[in-house]
Design a protein around this ligand. Structure first.
Ligand code: TMP
Length: 216
């Protein structure tokens, strides 16, 4: 069975990953590739409902393990409905966040640890790992500032997706440290771009990483 190529984007809120995903999708399309772009949580109708529950700041008293389970419920649905079929069609799948986010946020941020996350991944996600993960990790202070600006914008637009963005700096520090731990553990899969070099320069590095793996 022909299998496509699976790329995920990771980073703290405000790291610029959604912009980079969009730019990579445009670049790949211009190269004649079929691209499917999705995101987690969300990306399916069921996932959008789960996303609303997870991100709405009016959601109160959500236990850490419930949050963990919902992230994986969303992911299992996205794999079944979007990711797996697109890979089987031989497409390039770009996903905004994946299991590394769960390891960083629930494993690190919520302090549930990595083991439970990796176990659930094996059980619920058919142990499907990306061929390449782009981890955008600019300077920690800069990331926080961008997340706060985005938070303000979301309130302004009448959207409420702020439950995570209300977490304190220590939470984000644990997320940041866990991301670095993942990158050190999996250097073959994870390409970390630390640069604050600007959108175009980061895009150039993303394209370089993709080219090195899919060959052009
Ligand atoms: P987004 O704004 O990049 O779509 O991400 C939504 C929020 O959900 C973000 O704060 C990170 C959080 N998140 C987790 O905590 N665990 C996960 O597994 C995923 C996919 C997202």
């Amino acid at each position: 069975m022909a299998r496509g190529f699976f790329v995920t984007f990771e980073g703290l809120d405000g790291s610029g990953k959604s912009t980079q995903l969009r730019k990579l999708a445009q670049w790949l399309t211009a190269q004649g590739k079929q691209v499917t772009a999705t995101r987690q949580p969300g990306g399916t109708r069921i996932g959008d409902r789960i996303r609303e529950l997870l991100l709405d700041s009016r959601t109160e008293n959500l236990a850490a393990r419930t949050e963990l389970g919902l992230m994986f419920s969303d992911r299992a649905q996205c794999i079944a409905e979007v990711i797996r079929p697109a890979l089987e069609r031989g497409e390039v799948v770009l996903c905004d966040r994946y299991t590394d986010s769960t390891e960083a946020y629930q494993g690190g941020g919520r302090q549930l640890g990595s083991e439970i996350v990796l176990e659930l991944h094996r059980a619920l996600c058919e142990n499907l790992w990306p061929d390449l993960t782009i981890l955008l990790l600019p300077d920690f202070e800069r990331s926080l500032e961008r997340a706060r600006n985005r938070n303000a914008r979301n309130v302004h637009n009448g959207r409420d997706e702020n439950r995570f963005e209300q977490e304190d700096e220590r939470f984000y520090r644990r997320v940041y440290d866990k991301y670095r731990e993942i990158a050190a553990r999996e250097p073959g899969r994870v390409v970390m771009i630390e640069s604050d070099a600007g959108i175009e320069e980061v895009h150039r590095r993303v394209v370089e990483a993709v080219k090195a793996r899919i060959g052009h």
